[in-house]
Design a protein around this ligand. Structure first.
Ligand SMILES: C[S@@+](CC[C@H](N)C(=O)[O-])C[C@H]1O[C@@H](n2cnc3c(N)ncnc32)[C@H](O)[C@@H]1O
Length: 273
């Protein structure tokens, strides 16, 4: 192709850098997407591909900005209904028994993008938990732009009306001039944080980890590294929900597939060898 932005060698340098920094794998198949995003960055920074690569070696803040530009942040409220049904009818009732009322149920929305997943979790917990139980959601991403939207909690009319059932919309959102704003009633249960899944979380002991449509972009080694961290950062009975295209099949992770009535999810059991 005549309009390639980088030589194959420079593309490989970038691929390794991105993989090491975030776990995200760019293959030759999505090189065109990568190059169009890089082209835009180079225009802003007024650099050649090699100059920008060298610049990234010495500026960790720029690496954050670079990764933010490359991530795919597609998400929506109530994405994949079967996950929410599993939570309502199977997982939350069991967590109430396991955790009890002595402390809050701890949930991690890992790769939360612009926040819709975390807010859906909060709406579902709010509706399903019996009186006396409470919950806390830690929602993280490495995209600062997405986290800004998430913390703002203000969403466009059309998408919100399309994805959120009317009774949830009435109970959990306020209508404002620019869109629907999430009410403090659920917002106060969520902490949005910058966190790169390639690093350990250390605030562990989660009862439930939801990491959907994130690891699909990772190479196998990084994928396993993150799952191992989930194992270390969770309670012995913890639940793990992955995206529909992500699987732990044939991998020794300590999480076991449970085929529930509404869909599949993972439960932590056993000891890792
Ligand atoms: C496609 S979105 C999925 C959002 C949501 N979980 C869902 O399923 O709707 C993937 C998100 O993962 C984030 N992500 C990718 N690599 C990451 C990493 N190493 N650490 C934290 N977040 C990451 C991206 O920034 C993006 O916002």
């Amino acid at each position: 192709m005549g309009d390639k932005l980088c030589s194959d060698q420079i593309f490989d340098l970038y691929r390794n850098l991105i993989d090491k920094a975030s776990g995200i794998q760019f293959s030759s198949a999505n090189r065109v997407i990568f190059e169009s995003k890089l082209r835009e960055l180079l225009r802003i920074r007024k650099m050649t591909p090699m100059e920008y690569y060298r610049y990234l070696q010495h500026d960790s803040e720029e690496v954050k900005f670079f990764l933010d530009t490359l991530t795919t942040n597609l998400t929506s409220f109530f994405r994949n209904q079967s996950n929410w049904d599993s939570l309502i009818y199977e997982i939350i009732p069991d967590l109430m028994k396991k955790v009890g009322q002595q402390r809050e149920i701890r949930i991690w929305s890992a790769g939360c993008s612009t926040g819709e997943e975390a807010y859906t979790l909060a709406m579902v917990f709010e509706r399903t938990l019996q009186p006396g139980y409470t919950y806390k959601i830690i929602a993280c991403d490495l995209s600062l732009k997405s986290l800004h939207t998430a913390s703002e909690g203000l969403y466009a009319f059309d998408k919100t009306e399309k994805d959120v059932p009317p009774d949830f919309l009435n109970e959990f959102f306020d209508r404002e001039a620019d869109g629907y704003r999430v009410k403090p009633l659920i917002k106060n249960h969520i902490v949005f944080n910058y966190h790169n899944l390639m690093n350990p979380m250390h605030s562990g002991h989660f009862d439930l980890i939801v990491c959907r449509n994130v690891l699909i972009y990772f190479d196998k080694e990084s994928f396993l590294k993150v799952i191992r961290q989930f194992y270390n950062d969770s309670m012995p009975y913890a639940y793990l929900i992955l995206g529909h295209s992500e699987t732990l099949f044939n991998l020794n992770t300590g999480f076991h597939l449970r085929k529930g009535k509404y869909g599949c999810y993972y439960v932590k059991e056993g000891i890792l060898s």
